[in-house]
Design a protein around this ligand. Structure first.
Ligand code: C5P
Length: 209
């Protein structure tokens, strides 16, 4: 079984995808980490994020240390958002994602274009969202917890800029697949959102049984 979880930044899609993976005992891939790995590579080489050529060169990595804390930094996230608009960068990352999805037994993948481009044949697709203000509040609280100084207004502007880039790029924009289920987590606790996600997947599985 393949489950695709898409949605904008800080919507809760990562938490939901991890919970689904645990529930269904499936491996999970946070595809945002692939884009972040390209961004980190580029940053370490001193490559220019404005250059598609340099960004494509930065996709040439064999091993990614998914536990590298640098991957999660705001700076790397910002560059990831910029280099992910390049079609050739996206193309270079497709095989890693489709190979992961093709594992025996299936997988859970979360990102922006999983249900629309990477595995349109997924058995269940969720589009997880929340208002920009709520997502900014969540990101702001997370930064505070990590001891990183930030202003709520700046976090909101950053979230809106990322939404804009993700939704308006020509290559694999962030859109809900026609056959995805919408899950708005704005007014939900994490537990409630996870229970709803499981119920939506179960309903899809029953439909296709
Ligand atoms: O999900 P996360 O915020 O870690 O992703 C970092 C950036 O990578 C996002 O801002 C988004 O632009 C990009 N991304 C993407 N497609 C994916 C996953 C992430 O374009 N499937």
């Amino acid at each position: 079984m393949i489950i695709a979880v898409d949605g904008p930044a800080a919507s809760g899609k990562g938490t939901i995808a991890r919970a689904l993976a645990t529930h269904y005992k499936l491996p999970h891939l946070d595809t945002g980490l692939l884009y972040r790995a390209v961004a980190l590579n580029l940053l370490r080489w001193g490559g220019d994020p404005e250059s598609e050529f340099a960004a494509v060169r930065a996709t040439d990595f064999s091993q990614i240390d998914f536990d590298d804390p640098e991957l999660k930094s705001e700076a790397v996230g910002g560059i990831a958002s910029r280099i992910s608009v390049y079609p050739a960068v996206r193309e270079a990352l497709v095989k890693r994602q489709t190979d992961f999805a093709a594992q025996t037994g299936g997988a859970v993948l979360d990102g922006r274009d999983i249900g629309t481009v990477i595995v349109p044949w997924a058995n269940a697709k969720l589009f997880v969202t929340a208002t920009p203000e709520i997502r900014a509040e969540r990101r702001f609280a997370e930064l505070k917890r990590l001891g990183i100084a930030a202003h709520y207004e700046d976090v909101l502007i950053d979230i809106q800029a990322r939404d804009d880039r993700d939704s308006n790029r020509s290559a694999a924009p962030l859109i809900m697949a026609a056959d995805a289920d919408l899950l708005d987590t704005s007014d939900m606790s994490i537990d409630a959102a996870v229970q709803r996600a499981i119920a939506l997947v179960e309903a899809r599985l029953e439909c296709s049984a």
